[in-house]
Design a binder for this molecule. Sequence first.
Ligand SMILES: Cc1cc2nc3c(=O)[nH]c(=O)nc-3n(C[C@H](O)[C@H](O)[C@H](O)COP(=O)(O)OP(=O)(O)OC[C@H]3O[C@@H](n4cnc5c(N)ncnc54)[C@H](O)[C@@H]3O)c2cc1C
Ligand code: FES
Length: 276
Amino acid sequence: MNDIVSAKELAPNIKQFEILAPPVATKVRPGHFVVLQTEEEGERIPLTVVDSNPEKGTVTLVFLEIGASTKKLGKLKQGNRILHFVGPLGNPSEIEKFGQVVCVGGGIGAAAIYPIVKALKAAGNRVISIIGARNKDLLIYEEELRKVSDELYVTTDDGSKGRHGFVSDVLKELLEKGIPIDRVIAVGPAVMMKVISNLTKPFRVKTIVSLNPIMVDATGMCGCCRVYVSGETKFACVDGPEFDGHQVDFDNLLARLRTYVEEEKLSHQMLEKGEG
Ligand SMILES: Cc1cc2nc3c(=O)[nH]c(=O)nc-3n(C[C@H](O)[C@H](O)[C@H](O)COP(=O)(O)OP(=O)(O)OC[C@H]3O[C@@H](n4cnc5c(N)ncnc54)[C@H](O)[C@@H]3O)c2cc1C
Ligand code: FES
């Protein structure tokens, strides 16, 4: 059981929890994730660790209430407890001095990219961050990222804040201007990471993406999170979640993410009716 030390709403349907988990807080590195469960029969939810405080023994998670499990999680408040909490899982991000790095965070990915930006900056890189959301109310982690980035670009799909358009439009402009970019790291919806990878490929800029397939055990045993990278089967939970975006079969990933759409709809309807 892990206590929720603080719970905050960052934007509509986006929550931030600080959770007491001393063993995770001391070991976690940028790019790691945890898996949690709110009830014995419930689903296991993988979430990226956005920040940690080893002195307090806490880790910070940011999540979008997208379906039944994350909506149930979002109902928990400060002082409630998480039933099962496992981590840190996955491989940490590769952090080195690369030079100039562009970090792209789409939607909830703006929070997930934060620890990577912080670590890249501390390692001596010049970091350009690009974050985007559908509209200004859904933008998160703008101020946090501004503090740790050398440049920050904000986009909204509807133009209500920052540049009107997608995060990929800004990256395209930077690439076309010939600004030297040694690496791009993108975290967000699979379709966004596909667009970013297709964009950087002709420019031969190494591009790392953090894949988010459906996970179950997150220990490499069930095979549920399999993705195809360079024509080989990889398990995102133990081989990733970060991979070379130019080698990922995104169409397969996008198709697999839609596998349980009907079941997800049903469990959401049950939750709404109070049967979940
Ligand atoms: C390594 C990793 C890190 C992640 N980090 C974050 C994060 O920091 N913040 C955040 O908001 N979300 C994150 N996600 C996605 C999050 O786990 C899913 O949104 C959540 O599990 C959805 O569950 P649900 O029952 O609420 O929604 P459902 O209605 O069950 O599903 C909604 C959508 O979420 C995806 N999904 C469903 N179940 C899973 C599952 N077990 N594993 C992964 N994806 C699933 C599917 O694409 C599905 O279409 C991460 C996923 C992975 C794999
Ligand atoms: S989630 Fe089961 S192998 Fe990765």
